[in-house]
Write a protein that binds this ligand. Sequence first.
Ligand code: SAH
Length: 397
Amino acid sequence: MELPALYLKRNEDARLRAGHLWVFSNEVDVARSPLGAFEPGQAVAIVDYRDKPIGVGYVNPNSLIAARLVSRGLDHALDRSLIVHRLNIALALREQLYPQPYYRLVYGESDGLPGLVLDRFGDVVVGQIATAGMERLKDAITDAVVKVLKPRQLWWKNDSSIRTMEQLPEYADLGHGEYGGEVVAREGDLEFVIDPVGGQKTGWFYDQRENRDQLARLVKGKRVLDMFSYLGGWGLRAAAYGASEVVCVDASAAAVEATQRNAERNGLAERVTAIRADAFDHLKALREARERYDVVILDPPAFIKRKKDFKEGSLAYRRLAELGMQVLSKDGILVTCSCSHHMPRAALLDGVQQGARHLDRQVQMLVSLQQGPDHPVHPAIPETDYLKGYVLRVLPA
Ligand code: SAH
């Protein structure tokens, strides 16, 4: 296989040899292989300064991440056959983990397909492409998905803002199959109708499934408040586990309506209310009204999107936790989460503890939460480990 070479500078092969898959633009020997000479997404042989090949990857001349390694050695081309192979390996894990075909099937770098996410909703697949290299392979990916899964539909939800860094257009549309029919996520014994075009990310957050399972032993007969509820993942699971009353709060009118419909669909509407409100405003109003809940769940969007937002973002997590504690009953349960890679696990707990001291409360950390195993962490790529959270008991001091 003849591929153009992307040469690394001296010693810049160490991270790749340690298992990472990214080449940053300042690590490329641009005298030997000028980045401007490559097409966005073009397949390359990544070669060290001693001319030893490391593997096959794809390049993006316009991005800080100038190349991503897809395969070690030069035996495998970046084509449909490699994608089919990787899909089958990814599928084997998920089929072992889950009795039903509802899961994240491909989690980018961790599944050997950098820049690609595929979520499976029974006979529907929703994909997200983040890089020019994967965009170039879109037809091959579509063919591979059709070959391996024979889905009714494959949707592309390619509207993430990171695509602009790769100079890719943002769009969401059907990539295979016919329009029509509903798309349903199953979790626990519940069904959630999702919107692969207008929803958040792929339409559903499978990453919290195992964390929501924790509710089973926490919510029976309790009043539960689900903040940033989206389609009611946490709240409806709580209602199904026997919560006496559940309130879901989200700023999006579409999410609130969908939550109500999902509650009805699952026979939980009597115990579930969905409210459209800003989470911070709503918590303040509840505090003023001296409303109390036994279990408060805080699962917000990422407050820290870039490293430089850490200070402001971590303060927002702490403020939110304090507000949550202020609407908890005396011996209550607080679930707090962060999906920001840039928010360290320990910092999230520190914020809760500081908030607790400020309010003169005592906190016991019961369970530490992480993304589910259909989002496997790549140990050499810290960026793949993003979701963290805690189940906490909050007592008077
Ligand atoms: N907890 C959800 C996922 C949350 S995604 C789940 O388990 O599936 C983040 C959600 O927060 C989105 O639905 C978004 O509409 C909502 N949101 C963002 N900012 C908000 C705010 N200030 N107040 C309330 N909801 C907000």
